[in-house]
Design a protein around this ligand. Sequence first.
Ligand code: NDP
Length: 513
Amino acid sequence: GAPASSPVTERVEKPTQEEYIPFLETDKEESTLSIVVVGASGDLARRKIFPALFALFIEDRLPEDFTIFGYGRSIMTDEELRNMISKTLTCRVDKRENCDEKMDAFLKKCFYSSGQYSSEEHFLELDKKLKEKEAGRLSNRLFYLAIPPNMFVDVARCAKRRASSENGWIRIIVEKPFGRDTESSRELTQGLKQYLSEDQIFRIDHHMGEELVENLLVLRFSNLVFEPLWSRNYIRNVQFIFSEDFGTHGQGRYFDNYGIIRDIMQNHLLQILALFSMDTPVSLDAEDIRNEKVKVLRSMKPVQLEDVVVGQYKGDCDGIRCYPGYTDDMTVSNNSLTPTFAAATLFINNARWDGVPFLMIAGKALHTKRAEIRVQFRHVPGNLYNRNFGTDLDQAGNELVIRIEPDEAIYLKINNKVPGLGMKLDRSDLNLLYKARCPREVPDAYERLLIDAIEGERRLFIRSDELDAAWAVFTPLLKELEEKKIAPELYTYGSGGPVGVHYLAAKHNVRWG
Ligand code: NDP
């Protein structure tokens, strides 16, 4: 115990703003939600954010009383904003329904306020307009920053200082890129934390909102049959594949500064890998899940250059049409070394996964568009059927495929007897095709993430220490690629990617392609 002479001071922790909320929210009738889409004229806002908000509105998932404000430098009236966003709203939630009335009701709740991103004065004007709509009620404010990241800190400052709610919460959603490496990511985190606390920052990785990614934990932790197999004892390797069947097509300026490793692997694929490989969380609470993710990310060895293949697509003509190469994109320099394809093998240095290769593959302008996880299991010991019947089934262990897109599905490849008097085996799929099982449209990832941010559910958002651990896995590799000016292997537009990936897969005994 403390020596008798030392003063015993009882530290009373001041509740954070978030801890006040349940108390403040007791009277829901009186509360109102203001959503400010910063960068409202941009691609992300128009294509994803407004349509997701509308889908939530149709499904009655938004609070009774809400207002949406677009904010940006573009000069627009409320009516012009409504015209702009009405073009991208669809009734996709229920295709049979005519949702014109709902669309009108939704648009009536949308307004616009123009201003600079670094002007506190302009945010004060926004604040006045918000207050008019909020009419003295308890008001919560959610800012979605659909703007280039170099403006995140300015907006956080202005929004926090001049457009915070006086009696409710303020939350700010930001989306990748969160820096280019460990240092710049930390700088951004520190910049935001000058004005916001960690629980006010919601870092989106939109793939975390995909139905099948959410289902990964359900699959693992609510079925007895998978979790006991989920280790080096039974799993031979795991692949995380993300391929697009189109190139940058004139939009390469942003991409050229980042490349496929930063754009897809360091964030989306690594997040999915962490969910796939983490240990059982203490509970489904955000902090418990994120603690497990950080643990597994910190157990990963930084990716080694010898375990990586980088590629860049080149143009191709198929007799009917020609497809431009990456450097034919006018917004990309002719001698760009930016990878549009990468394959990397990662290892997790813990008891569960020691020695198991996790192969990540991501690329643009490939022959298919798909995102999936493939789990290849070890061979059946003893190999009874192969020995007795000379089949080559030892080459084909079980494989579990979790297809995130297109056509969400989970299927398990099993060996099966061909019906008949003989003893022939073949491979069959135990197949859960979402389209067949659930007639309802699967929600868009942004819908889930927005509703979670509104409800203060942080499970799918990235905590700053997670981000730091994720950058630690890739930063040394990114630096080495850039310092050594490693030239990407060229691959043809619409092909399966560079040949080198087959060697990498073979090196780690992975069946691929
Ligand atoms: P945009 O380039 O379309 O920019 C959004 C808005 O920001 C613009 O309409 C513009 O509004 C303002 N803006 C653009 N450039 C500048 C600039 N140089 N200085 C000041 N304001 C500028 O971006 P996106 O909508 O595509 O993306 C927004 C953010 O989301 C980015 O950080 C992006 O990396 C990220 N993101 C985007 C995805 C997408 O699908 N588009 C997917 C994942 C992440 P105004 O002129 O009215 O001020």
